[in-house]
Design a binder for this molecule. Structure first.
Ligand SMILES: [Zn+2]
Ligand SMILES: [Zn+2]
Length: 256
């Protein structure tokens, strides 16, 4: 399974996942034009996308979806709540496939399963994709990491998990009190520590890569995330490589 991150962060998220002949886009949080531009720069043809998976309706995940799917005639995969929130209900012209959390399903060579996430959205999910021996988990925008989430991360070969904020930077930073409360609350975003804690508990022998995603540009730095992941890998006694997805540069293609 091959993964290419086109963008990651509150300025927009989009990621291409491919296995065999099947290629899907996960989230479309940039304009369709910008997504197409970034795909083209990486040699990915937009007309080869078999499905667009949406995690939830927030702009940084779905703003480019309506234009992208109409232009490339690819179906949207989303939960009923997300589909309604992005206005797909009663839209006769956009093919839509309903995703049921915790149920296994498939698009071509990619098996997938959604996990319901605690976030201030209608019906947000994380996704796990499977093909051959690879299991890729893409999980961002969740306020807390409970045991069921740790279970969802288990047996992954690649974990792409949100490391949104450093708790001290958020507390001492420029955001308003209500916004700080929203982000750090149970329906907001995972801090570096919450995310690292969940990944540490889920860590198993199959894991071959960690990718930190959705870093806040105001309340986090790649250096802090790098230090935390270094500690995580050291403490686990494994040698799992990790990388950090960037808002502008995304992340170069890698095998999941
Ligand atoms: Zn987001
Ligand atoms: Zn969100």
């Amino acid at each position: 399974m091959r993964v290419t991150v086109l963008a990651s962060g509150s300025g927009g998220n989009a990621c291409v996942v491919e296995a065999g002949e099947t290629r899907v886009l996960v989230d479309a949080g940039l304009s369709a034009k910008e997504i197409e531009r970034r795909m083209e720069a990486r040699g990915i043809r937009a007309d080869s996308i078999a499905a667009l998976f949406i995690t939830h309706e927030h702009n940084d995940h779905a703003s480019g979806a309506p234009v992208f799917v109409r232009r490339w005639d690819c179906p949207v995969y989303a939960t009923a709540g997300t589909a309604a929130a992005i206005g797909l209900e009663g839209d006769l012209f956009t093919p839509y496939v309903r995703v049921h959390p915790s149920r296994d399903a498939r698009v071509g060579a990619l098996g997938f399963r959604a996990f319901a996430t605690p976030h201030d959205a209608a019906e947000s999910v994380a996704y796990a994709f499977e093909s051959d021996d690879a299991r890729l988990v893409i999980a961002s925008d969740l306020g807390r990491a409970e045991e069921a989430f740790v279970d969802f991360l288990r047996h992954a070969t690649t974990l792409m998990v949100e490391m949104n904020h450093d708790e001290d930077m958020l507390r001492d930073g420029p955001y308003t009190w209500p916004l700080k409360k929203r982000i750090s609350g149970g329906f907001g975003h995972l801090s570096n520590a919450q995310s690292a804690g969940a990944m540490f508990r889920a860590l198993g022998p199959r894991l071959r890569r960690i990718v930190a995603t959705h870093l806040s540009r105001t309340n986090n730095t790649p250096a802090i995330v790098h230090a935390m992941l270094t500690r995580l890998v050291e403490r686990s006694g494994s040698n799992v490589p990790f990388s950090i997805a960037d808002q502008i540069a995304g992340l170069e293609a890698f095998e999941a």
